[in-house]
Design a protein around this ligand. Structure first.
Ligand code: F3S
Length: 289
């Protein structure tokens, strides 16, 4: 029996880098360590880090509270933060370890430059998402708009000027991004529109690889949190290709009922699933089938 784990299963490059940085800092630093927001949406990892003394600060308010606490190192997660947050952290006397994904940092640079050049900035993405909040914080707030859907794109009117720079949240759907851009481009009165496709292909690669692995597997296992939307999407994609697709959070959830001949088992995992959990599932499957 072959067990194949998708190469793109689990953490993307940026998340892996950020999580490694926290563990590294927990090892080498003596003082308190904070992450600005949970480093990833995985309770096990956050708990494990807590045991190593790493606290997650959720907001600037918590940061204000933390100011009363002992100063230490604050790790910025892969989503990145606004310029204001950096400044506040510095002013409060924290040491900053920046684990912002380089692809997100690139967006900060782009919007800051275009904003300084007098462009209106349009961020295609979800306004509630921390990555978008961070990007927004590198632009002139009076001339920045976040657009998430068709209606918002239709209603969009640059507040002043005729120059618009459009960027995307890294995990935004490419097809929808193109459609929203097209709606804005059709507004004849905007003289200069710069479209920068800042979508990262890590999610798409994970989905494509999952689909082709599921296609050749007798059993397909998708690992990830129940509320993780990217894992749910992976499950749907795999289920279309392989009827025997399982959605589990850890090896303990796996109740394999297949009795026939199994040649190939495929495993993939959502973006917040640590390698350790993927390996445990792999080991479990080997002993059970
Ligand atoms: Fe991950 Fe960075 Fe892309 S955090 S999804 S590699 S933008």
């Amino acid at each position: 029996m072959n067990i194949t784990v998708a190469k793109s299963a689990g953490f993307c490059f940026g998340v892996k880098r950020a999580v490694n940085k926290v563990y590294e800092q927990a090892d080498i630093k003596n003082g308190p360590i904070y992450t600005y927001g949970p480093i990833i949406h995985n309770e096990e990892v956050v708990k494990d880090l807590e045991e190593k003394g790493v606290k997650a600060l959720d907001s600037l308010e918590m940061l204000t509270d933390a100011q009363k606490q002992e100063k230490g190192t604050v790790i910025i997660r892969s989503h990145g933060v606004s310029k204001e947050v950096y400044e506040k952290l510095e002013r409060a006397g924290f040491e900053i370890e920046d684990a912002t994904c380089p692809f997100v940092l690139k967006i900060h640079q782009i919007v800051e430059e275009f904003s300084n050049d007098g462009f209106e900035i349009v961020i295609i993405g979800s306004s509630q998402h921390p990555e978008v909040e961070g990007i927004r914080g590198w632009c002139d707030p009076k001339h920045t708009t976040v657009i998430a859907d068709y209606e918002e794109a239709q209603n969009y009117k640059p507040k002043s000027g005729k120059k618009v720079c459009i960027v995307a949240q890294t995990t935004f759907n490419y097809k929808k991004f193109q459609e929203l851009v097209e709606i804005i481009q059709k507004k004849g009165y905007i003289r200069d529109i710069r479209v920068l496709n800042t979508i990262c292909n890590a999610t798409e690669e994970r989905q494509n690889e999952a689909a082709s692995l599921a296609e050749t597997s007798d059993i397909m296992i998708v690992i990830g949190g129940r509320s993780s939307s990217n894992t749910q999407k992976l499950y749907e994609i795999c289920k279309e290709e392989c009827a025997n697709t399982y959605y589990i959070q850890t090896a303990a959830d796996l109740k394999l009922s297949e009795t026939g001949h199994i040649d190939n088992v495929g495993i993939t995992a959502g973006a917040s699933t640590p390698k350790k959990i993927i390996e445990e599932v792999q080991k479990y499957v080997r002993t059970k089938l």
